[in-house]
Write a protein that binds this ligand. Structure first.
Ligand code: GSH
Length: 263
C-alpha cells in the first residue's frame, strides 16, 4: 500500500454533493479528517473556507497540498488515488455509462431536486433571521448563480414556472432511473460504482417527498426497482458510517429503509 497523507474533506450534511466524496472515501476505506461546514450558518462563504474553495461551494478536499473542489471530480480522484475496491468499471462501455449517469445527475436531475429542496427546506430554515444579516450574507456569496439561488430561496422568489419545470424533471429523471434499474442491478450495470453513489445522494430522499411535497416520483408502486436498488445501497455498511457524521437534517432511519416492505 502506498504511504499517503490523510485527506481533509470539508462537507455539510451527507447528502447531495457533500455525500458524494464522503461515501466514496468510506467505500475505499480511506480514513479522512472531516470538517463540517454548516451551510445554513453560511460557513461556506467565510474567508477561512474561501481560502480552501474560492467558489464558496461545498464540498472541497485538501490532499497532499492540493485544494480540490467539484464533488464528482473529487470522487474520481479518490477512486484513482487510493487503494481499496474499484469504484469505476474498467470496461469502457460501462465506464461511459457511469459517467453518463453522473453527468445527468449533476446537470439535470440534481439541480431540479435541489431547487425543490431549497424552496421547501433551505429558504424556510433561514428566512426568519435578521434581514440586514441575511442581506450581508447574500452579498458575501462569490458565485453569481449561488447568490441568485440564495436570494430566491430566502425571499420565496422561485417562480411557479421554475418550480413546475423542476418537478417535471424530477419525475422524468426518476422514471429514467427506474427504466435503467429494470435491466441492471447497479446504475452503470452489474457493478457498484460512483454512479450509484452519485444517484443515491439525490434519490434516497425522494420517497419521503412523495407525500410531504406531493412529488410522487419514487415509491413502491411507481418505481419498484428503484426502491429495491435503494435497499441494496442502504445495506452497505458505508451508509451507516457516513450518516454517523450528520448533525441533523437527515431524519431517515436506515433500519426502516432496510426493513421496508417492497411486496
Ligand atoms: N458542482 C459543485 C456544486 C457544489 C454545490 O453547489 N454545493 C452546494 C451544496 S449541495 C453548496 O455549496 N451550496 C452552498 C451555497 O450555495 O452557498 C460540486 O459538485 O461540488
Amino acid at each position: 500500500m502506498k504511504m499517503t497523507e490523510k485527506p481533509t474533506l470539508y462537507h455539510w450534511e451527507p447528502n447531495a454533493n457533500s455525500g458524494k466524496p464522503m461515501l466514496a472515501l468510506e467505500e475505499k476505506c480511506v480514513t479522512y479528517d472531516s470538517v463540517y461546514i454548516d451551510m445554513l450558518s453560511f460557513d461556506q462563504h467565510k474567508p477561512e473556507y474561501l481560502a480552501i474553495n474560492p467558489m464558496g461551494t461545498i464540498p472541497a478536499m485538501v490532499h497532499e497540498g492540493r485544494l480540490m473542489n467539484e464533488s464528482t471530480a473529487i470522487m474520481e480522484y479518490v477512486d484513482a488515488r487510493f487503494d481499496g475496491p474499484k469504484l469505476r468499471p474498467r470496461d469502457p462501455a460501462k465506464r461511459w455509462k457511469m459517467r453518463w449517469w453522473m453527468k445527468y445527475c449533476d446537470q439535470y436531475y440534481g439541480p431540479s431536486c435541489s431547487m425543490i429542496g431549497w424552496e421547501m427546506f433551505v429558504g424556510p430554515s433561514v428566512r426568519q433571521r435578521d434581514p440586514d444579516e441575511l442581506k450581508a450574507r447574500i452579498d458575501a456569496i462569490p458565485l453569481a448563480e449561488r447568490r441568485i439561488a440564495w436570494t430566491k430561496a430566502i425571499y420565496g422568489k422561485f417562480s411557479a414556472e421554475e418550480l413546475a419545470e423542476s418537478r417535471r424533471r424530477v419525475m422524468q429523471g426518476s422514471a429514467l432511473l427506474e427504466k435503467n434499474l429494470e435491466k441492471n442491478e447497479w446504475v452503470a450495470g452489474d457493478e457498484f460504482s460512483l454512479a450509484d453513489i452519485n444517484a443515491f445522494n439525490l434519490v434516497y430522499i425522494l420517497p419521503h417527498m412523495a407525500e410531504t411535497m406531493n412529488l410522487p416520483s419514487v415509491g413502491v408502486e411507481r418505481t419498484p426497482m428503484t426502491m429495491r436498488w435503494l435497499k441494496r445501497v442502504y445495506r452497505r455498511p458505508t451508509i451507516r458510517s457516513t450518516w454517523a457524521r450528520s448533525r441533523g437534517g437527515l431524519h431517515i432511519d436506515i433500519d426502516d429503509e432496510i426493513n421496508r416492505d417492497l411486496g
